[in-house]
Unconditional design. Structure first.
Length: 235
């Protein structure tokens, strides 16, 4: 009887591990796809669209939509995974269009350095989030609170236009999104173990939701690092 119970428990552990690996593969695959779509869109936009068009009113509409669309993806992810995935890819395209203006403000060397650095930080912290046994909930809450305060301060600095303050805020933002990367990774792993593996929520929907969270972490790491590396060449 004990042997049968042990065998059943071992089988459950193996099945859960396999399911978790499949979930993480799907989540990181979609997140990586979103990054590639954004990069391809930015490249095509720079090479085919004039700078005047990018500086026009359409860009402001795109930026407003860029802030709103993540909420749409988040709300639909667990309800309608297919629609949420389409919205995620649409958001990736929109992000690429918005980011295309960076090519006119920063040098290729700064962009490359920011991307490589963001990738290294993201990979390190997402691995940490997966393997650590330390509960990162407290760190995550503190990072979110700090991010809200930082956004308010950044809005104020729009009127002050202080390059020194912008530089300091970028460093703080990198620290915040570094912490959020580890926190969001652990959170998605926990959400799968608590709800995804038991069938309470759609695994595909959960993967889309996680892909969006990690995509936002990576993108914001890249943008803040770009401001740091490109302080001297912004134009």
């Amino acid at each position: 009887m004990d042997n049968f119970s042990n065998e059943r428990n071992e089988r459950r552990v193996v099945n859960n591990a396999a399911g978790l690996n499949a979930f993480l593969t799907k989540m990181y695959g979609w997140m990586s796809l979103a990054v590639l779509v954004s990069a391809a869109t930015a490249f095509l936009t720079v090479t085919t669209v004039s700078r005047d068009v990018l500086n026009g009113g359409g860009m402001w509409i795109a930026i407003i939509a860029w802030f709103i669309l993540p909420f749409v993806v988040s709300f639909q992810a667990l309800k309608r995974p297919s629609l949420a995935f389409a919205a995620l890819m649409g958001y990736a395209v929109l992000s690429g269009f918005v980011f295309s203006t960076l090519a006119y403000r920063y040098t290729g060397a700064s962009i490359a350095a920011a991307f490589v650095s963001a990738s290294a930080i993201f990979i390190t912290m997402t691995v940490f989030g997966l393997v650590t046994r330390k509960n990162l909930d407290k760190i995550g809450r503190q990072a979110i609170a700090a991010l809200i305060a930082l956004v308010i301060a950044m809005i104020i600095n729009i009127f002050l236009r202080s390059s020194l303050i912008t530089f300091v805020f970028s460093i703080i933002a990198v620290v915040i999104f570094t912490a959020l990367t580890a926190y969001d990774t652990q959170k998605m792993k926990q959400m799968y173990n608590q709800a995804g593996s038991t069938g309470q929520v759609s695994v595909s929907g959960l993967a889309v939701f996680g892909a969006l969270q990690l995509y936002l972490d990576f993108v914001n790491l890249f943008l803040q690092l770009l401001q740091i590396f490109g302080m001297g060449d912004e134009r």
